[in-house]
Design a protein around this ligand. Sequence first.
Ligand code: MN
Length: 479
Amino acid sequence: MRDGEQTPGVALTTEEKLWIARKLDELGVDIIEAGSAITSKGERESIRAISAEGLNAEICSYCRIMKQDVDFALECNVDSIHLVAPVSDLHITARLKKDRETVRQMAVDITEYAKDHGLIVELSGEDASRADLTFLKSLYSDGIDAGADRICYCDTVGMLVPEKTTGIFRELSSALKAPVSVHCHDDFGLAVSNTIAALAAGAVEAHATINGIGERSGNASLEEMVMILEWLYQYDTGIKLEEIYKTSRLVSRLTGIAVAANKSLVGGNAFTHEAGIHVHGLLADTSTYEPIGPEVIGRERKIMLGKHAGKSSVTLALKELGLDVDDSQLDEILDRIKELGDHGKHVTDADLQTIAEAVLDIYRESKVKLEEFTVVSGNKVTPTASIKLNVGGKEVVEAGIGDGPVDAAISAIRKAVAGVGDIRLEEYHVDAITGGTDALVEVLVKLSKDGKIVTARGARTDIIMASVEAVLNGINHLI
Ligand code: MN
């Protein structure tokens, strides 16, 4: 939460930080770095609130190697501190204007101070990947002698590569008498690869952020790291996998940092398939084009349908929605999808559901079928509709006027079916399913006949046709 909140433009309220902390705890993370207590009064309130929440996770504050940072952390009742000492000469001399020995002494003193006050100390080397390894090891050793419980190696600007990481972590984990932790940044897109390499070479703890957020290109992403360990290495992380997607969404919503569509596992497209040969394969066995089932991380598979949609993709998408159709219904659904596709539209699950339900309605033994329909509307024109229906095998032609084209159409229909009963329109409701003037429109109607009431729907890109369809569906139900 500390490095994640250092993402440019992100600042969370106490309430928001609490939501995330609770969710991380539910997810099963071992340690939550809740913030940096020295930052501000508000930050301390947030950390204190998270500490008071009674979570299972160890609650940690970031601290520099300064006594006042530890004092502020203590005020927040945290369990531990992530005590960060700059270790590269670049940071020691250029930034801090100090020397190696001064930094070593500060790290030792503050470690002792924090231990004296009952804190768990994770002593971290900032910019460790650009530090002199001999100096780094001796600083870590002195810190451990001063009481540090764990040490952490930070690749602060993401310059490690996996092979180098392997060598360093083999050396650190065998040379040091404390557990070793890894903190990687994604400047070259290697944060997760380097983290996995470190874990394979002896590190026992890894720092990560949800969705890989953080300064610049961010940190190692928790969801990728966990799923690589669980799925590709068969290692049990203790993380509740089915909570991963929900956690990702929560963090994205609260931070306002969108997840890229093509992001592994949690991106919008990670389990979305578009028509074509892949969908044909998925229909036979979903593992043909999916490494894991979306439900493993609490997601759902999505089938995108457009103008290239084929029978297999529509069948699979309908199966996902739990809808059964016969061949003629499938043809009709496919025609309507292609109609939308030709307008450059993609058919979402909600669209498909609406289309399918409307088509399934139509194919119910229809007594009343639409043959022809015309409507005229505009400025200084009385909206007029003419309609030709097939009512129980007989052709009926009628016309109607109304307040608008939909009203005129419905009036014409009512006249045309007057022979089968007095059908009244009780309610009329229209919804654009996906937005945009060329979007699919759903019309819901409530019709009554002799005290019997039915609801029916129509779904088309044309609002008037959707209305006619809804009313005819309803009439067929009623009679
Ligand atoms: Mn960092």
